[in-house]
Structures are given as structure tokens and as C-alpha cells.
Design a protein. Structure first.
Length: 274
């Protein structure tokens, strides 16, 4: 049985300034429970597309979520917007832009309180979420005094505390140390296994196989130029070159069909002949 669509985007375009397209003619469908990676170089429009999905900006064209059109007028209805925010959580690339409370506990309680949970219930939700993310020891700390990896965990926990159906994460492993990066990948796999729809944006080829069951490739024309299974996308050297995800000096070595890759530099590019 086919999964229902969470998002349907039809011919959407967006520009922050006149004549400077951030998105151009994007068509995309995202199924419930899907693990989708938006793959593309910096500046191709991945973050903008995620903001569209999160109902933060409103492009030309049609955007529907859960069968309803998402427009500026619709989101101006507080009841509609609150229902949408409960279903869709967005973790920004820069955690500082979404962390603003005086303690980690307050930060994670904010969403449940905004949903209308009583304070005792919101506190319990926060404690459970902090335990799941592994940041219970940070509960009374000031978020802006934390390390980058700790801030990222707080941002993720703040979104998870609302228990959304959809998680949207912009470059979730950027700036993380190897241990925190591994935690992030395993946490997202666990959330996907629990039935969440997980949409991530990245330009790192080596993590695509762990994050995705389907990949949508964007390029510098600010549109989606290919979709497919991770292994099929990563085998397509010409596509990766055209999308500016690798250059001529490198090739992608794919292991099996799970999308696990190593990126190798050609020996000749080091000044030696192969």
C-alpha cells in the first residue's frame, strides 16, 4: 500500500531579492515516514526549500502539507499554524538562532507549554526528552554557554519535545565532533524507525546512505535535477560533477547497495601517475 503524501510541492519558486532566484520550478512529493535527503552544494537552495516545507516562507506555486495548502494567509490563522507547528519540527543549521531561554530545561519546556501542556506535564516531557537525547546533566545550564555539539542536541531535544510527525534538519552534522556526529546519525535512524518523516539537507556524500532511503539532488540552477535511491545517485559520477558535489579530481567508491561511500582523490591529482 502506497504511503500518503505529507508534502506536495508543485512548480514552486522563491527569490529573496528580485532577479536572484533561491528556488526555481521545484516539484517534490514526500511520503509519510520517508527518509529524504536534499543533496546539493552550498547555495543551491536546500535551506530555502526546507524553510518552505517548515511553513516559514511562502513561495510562488503550490505547497500542500497533510492535504492542506500552506500559504501566508493560512498560517496567519493561529489555530491552523499551531496545529501545523505541532506536526512539523525544524532544526536550523545554526542552533543559536533557535535557542533563547535561560536554561536548557526551559528551552525544552517551551514547546510543550506553547502546546498547552500544564507546567508539571511540560516539565516531565522535558525531563524525558533530555534523557533520550543524553543531556540531562545540562538541564540547568545556560544554552548559549554550551559547546556547538551540546547546542545542537538542545535544539534537537526542543523540537522532539513537541513530538512532531515530521523532522526537518538543515546540515545536522555540520560542526560536530565525530562522537556527536555519530550520535546524530543514530538518533535520526531511530526516529525514522519509530515512524517519523525525516528530511535532512546536506552536501556531505559520505553520510547520505545512512540518512536516506531517497535522495533529491539540487544544483546551482536552484531546482531538483534528480531523485533516486542513495546508491543510484552516488554511482552517477556525471550527475555529482554537474551538481558541483565533486570535482574532476575525485571519484566516489560505493560499497554495496546501502549507499556507504568513500571519496577518493585521483593519484594524478597529487602529482603522481596512477
Amino acid at each position: 500500500m502506497a504511503k500518503s503524501a505529507v508534502f506536495e510541492l508543485n512548480d514552486i519558486s522563491y527569490a529573496y531579492l528580485p532577479g536572484q532566484a533561491a528556488l526555481s520550478g521545484v516539484n517534490l512529493s514526500v511520503a509519510a515516514g520517508e527518509r529524504l535527503v536534499l543533496l546539493g552544494p552550498n547555495g543551491c537552495g536546500k535551506s530555502t526549500l526546507q524553510k518552505v516545507l517548515a511553513g516559514l516562507i511562502f513561495p510562488a506555486g503550490r505547497v500542500a502539507a497533510f492535504g492542506q495548502d500552506i500559504t501566508a494567509a493560512a498560517m496567519s490563522d493561529k489555530k491552523f499554524a499551531a496545529a501545523f507547528r505541532r506536526k512539523v519540527g525544524f532544526v536550523f543549521q545554526n542552533s543559536d538562532v533557535q535557542i533563547f531561554c535561560a536554561s536548557v530545561r526551559d528551552e525544552i519546556m517551551f514547546g510543550p507549554l506553547a502546546m498547552g501542556l500544564p507546567p508539571d506535564d511540560a516539565r516531565q516531557r522535558a525531563e524525558e526528552t533530555m534523557a533520550f537525547v543524553g543531556i540531562g546533566a545540562l538541564a540547568d545550564r545556560l544554552p548559549h554557554h554550551l559547546s556547538g555539539g551540546e547546542k545542537k542536541k538542545v535544539a534537537v531535544a526542543a523540537v522532539l519535545a513537541v513530538n512532531p510527525d515530521v523532522l526537518i534538519l538543515d546540515e545536522p552534522t555540520n560542526g560536530l565532533d565525530p562522537r556527536t556526529q555519530r550520535w546524530m546519525l543514530e538518533a535520526l535512524a531511530g526516529l525514522a524507525a519509530a515512524g517519523k518523516t525525516v528530511i535532512t539537507a546536506t552536501h556531505h556524500l559520505d553520510i547520505v546512505g545512512e540518512l536516506a532511503e531517497r535522495v533529491a539532488v539540487m544544483d546551482e540552477t536552484h531546482t531538483i535535477v534528480a531523485t533516486g535511491r542513495p546508491a543510484d545517485i552516488l554511482r552517477d559520477r556525471e550527475l555529482l560533477l554537474a551538481a558541483n558535489l565533486i570535482d574532476e579530481r575525485y571519484h566516489v567508491h560505493l560499497h554495496g547497495d546501502d549507499g556507504h561511500v568513500h571519496i577518493h582523490r585521483h593519484e594524478a591529482a597529487r602529482g603522481r601517475h596512477p
